[in-house]
Design a protein around this ligand. Structure first.
Ligand SMILES: [Zn+2]
Ligand SMILES: [Zn+2]
Length: 114
C-alpha cells in the first residue's frame, strides 16, 4: 500500500507524519506535525485521520497562529500534544497553557495571555 500524501502543517507549514498512539485502550491514529506538534483528532481509521489533516484549511486569522510568549517574548511556542488534545508551550521558558484542549482552543487560550 502506498503511503498517503500529507499536506504541510496548517499552523507552521512543517512536515506531517502519521502517528499511532497507544495511550488509549484502543489503537488510535493521528496525523501530526513533526515541527510544532499540531495534530488531528484521534481516529481509529488511518485514512480518516489523513483526510482530517488534509482538509484542515490553513487559517488566516491571527488566532490560528502562535503569538509570542507573554513571559519571555520568544516566538518558539508550539503544541505539546497528547493524542488529539494539546497544550501550547513556550520552547524557551517552558511557560504553557494549563490544560489539554482541542488545538484551536489551546491556541486561543495561549493567545489570550499574549
Ligand atoms: Zn506545524
Ligand atoms: Zn517563554
Amino acid at each position: 500500500m502506498s503511503k498517503p500524501k500529507l499536506k504541510p502543517c496548517p499552523f507552521c507549514g512543517g512536515q506531517a507524519e502519521i502517528w499511532h498512539c497507544n495511550r488509549l485502550i484502543y489503537k488510535m491514529v493521528v496525523v501530526r506535525c513533526t515541527h510544532c506538534n499540531a495534530q488531528t483528532f484521534a481516529s481509529y481509521d488511518e485514512a480518516k485521520a489523513v483526510r482530517m489533516w488534509n482538509t484542515r484549511s490553513r487559517r488566516r486569522d491571527k488566532d490560528a497562529l502562535f503569538q509570542p510568549c507573554p513571559f519571555c517574548g520568544s516566538d518558539r511556542a508550539s503544541f505539546d500534544g497528547r493524542c488529539g488534545l494539546y497544550r501550547v508551550k513556550c520552547g524557551n521558558c517552558h511557560a504553557g497553557t494549563g490544560q489539554s484542549l482541542p488545538p484551536d482552543d489551546a491556541i486561543s487560550e495561549w493567545n489570550r495571555r499574549a
